[in-house]
Design a binder for this molecule. Structure first.
Ligand code: ADE
Length: 250
């Protein structure tokens, strides 16, 4: 997969893109990441990428000309339908499902906004989608783009090891994963649950699902409204609720 990033701060990508899984994906030829400096597409002699807003107000606005010029140059040879995504707090909130969908494209382009905003004609002319990584405002789209790249690349076949499937992650089926443990069996008096040590695969699967449900119930009850649950799992949730009511009554 090829991902083009258009940014005023390409150096912000250096660390995350040269370590760990993202570096492995690049090294194995599974990810072709290309960084483009929007400032290279500024045409005025001061290479200004921003200007004051029409209508007044504080802050500076990213100019349309260099951003549109950069997108058109970079995407000149891209297949039709290539997503051109603007990173903005006003976009659709990013999710596991969106990461998986984006991973199916051979090419993506991510445009990182800066300053107070971006001239809206960029959105009208070249942007196909707008993504936010959450309901808070960052100083620019670069960190958000790094988050999206990381989450998308995990879904490219061959990036994760064979026994580590992105489909088993928290959120993959709408509920969170349960707890994990590794050696030693006892640490500071806390023991690894005996079910995990005994090795009955069926029991382990059931236990993990139950723990995942419990965690979801405690931390992200909103996810349960959309999760695909069996009768038994709904019964378990009712038991968690009862346990909690009893514990509060104590
Ligand atoms: N740029 C600034 N804040 C952002 C956010 N929450 N998501 C994506 N891009 C952003």
């Amino acid at each position: 997969m090829r991902i083009d990033v258009l940014t005023l701060f390409p150096a912000m990508f250096q660390g995350p893109m040269t370590e760990s899984m993202l570096w492995k994906a690049r090294d194995r030829g599974l990810l072709d990441l290309r960084l483009h400096d929007i400032r290279d597409f500024c045409t005025d002699k001061h290479r200004a990428a921003d200007d004051i807003p029409y209508g007044g107000g504080g802050g500076m606005i990213m100019k349309a000309e260099p951003v549109v010029g950069a997108v058109e140059h970079v995407l000149a040879d891209a297949p039709p339908g290539t997503p051109v995504i603007l990173m903005t707090p006003q976009g659709r909130v990013f999710s596991h499902r969106m990461a998986k969908e984006l991973a199916a494209y051979p090419r993506l382009a991510l445009v990182c906004g800066r300053y107070e905003g971006i001239d809206d004609r960029v959105r009208q002319l070249v942007i196909t989608d707008e993504i936010s990584i959450g309901d808070y405002v960052l100083t620019g789209g670069e960190l958000a783009a790094i988050v999206v790249i990381d989450a998308v690349v995990r879904h490219i076949p061959g990036v994760l090891g064979a026994c580590w499937a992105a489909d088993e992650d928290s959120h993959a089926d709408g509920i969170l994963e349960g707890p994990h443990y590794t050696r030693p069996p006892v640490f500071r008096g806390l023991e690894v649950p005996s079910i995990l040590q005994q090795g009955d695969h069926g029991k382990i699967l059931r236990w993990r699902r139950e723990q995942g449900l419990r965690r979801t119930w405690l931390n992200r009850p909103d996810l349960l409204l959309k999760a695909d649950l069996t009768e038994d799992e709904r019964y378990l949730l009712a038991q968690f609720a009862e346990e909690m009511i009893r514990a509060r009554g104590r």
